[in-house]
Design a protein around this ligand. Sequence first.
Ligand SMILES: [Ca+2]
Length: 298
Amino acid sequence: SALKMSFTSRKDMVYMLCVICDVRFKTCGSNLQGPGGTFTSPNFPFQYDSNAQCVWVITAINTNKIPYKKEKKKSSYLMSLQIFFSIYRLTGSFVPDLIVSMSNQMWLHLQTDESVGSIGFKVNYKEIEKESCGDPGTPLYGIREGDGFSNRDVLRFECQFGFELIGEKSIICQENNQWSANIPICIFPCLSNFTAPMGTVLSPDYPEGYGNNLNCIWTIISDPGSRIHLSFNDFDLESQFDFLAVKDGDSPDSPIIGTFTGAEVPSHLTSNGHILRLEFQADHSMSGRGFNITYNSK
Ligand SMILES: [Ca+2]
């Protein structure tokens, strides 16, 4: 992986200020309004420009959803804005599931330096009720208990059968309108044996992207004398850096039937013996959708 470009984002910052603001030095970005919408960094999902200064100002407009009170004073700061970071690639930065403003305006500033950029970001925003943390969603392959998003409301999470929960099992909507933590994720275990005569092997968090630094081993064991048939329903790995190897047997030294990378869906495979070993390796950056493989033995 010597050709792979690595970078850090210490100088590439996205930050957000909840203040009343005007746009002074914009070379990109825009003024946006509620009730909701989407915007991206320049060129997304391709590299953003170097030496860019972008400012986005989002202003909530709809005050109708506020419970009506006969006090006209409260008209201008009644709504909050809810910001979702749905795609992020700011290496080294912690990106929250969502950010809620304390006023009716939110300001995003993207500043990039002269060096190589990244793919940037995509943001969804929408207006929500005041004193709410907004809907943080439900983890993929997870179950949520609770449906209140107001201050002091608690949400509890668990994962569907077979998945492991990573993160907090419950989160609370704090007084500052932020959830106490991101929602957890449900991952497919990275080391397991399959003994049922048929089943499905998914890469972790499929199809949302499998993440980094993985070394997964799945072993499929069928009855002696039978063979195992693999069908690739979907396959998308970072080409040349993330690999799936299929081996004929249960040992790391077993003969390799095939090694796969990139986005080309492999054709069907059949084992010679009654045990198949799937080894999945992902490097330190960039992810694809992952894979969805079904097997059956006969
Ligand atoms: Ca990778």
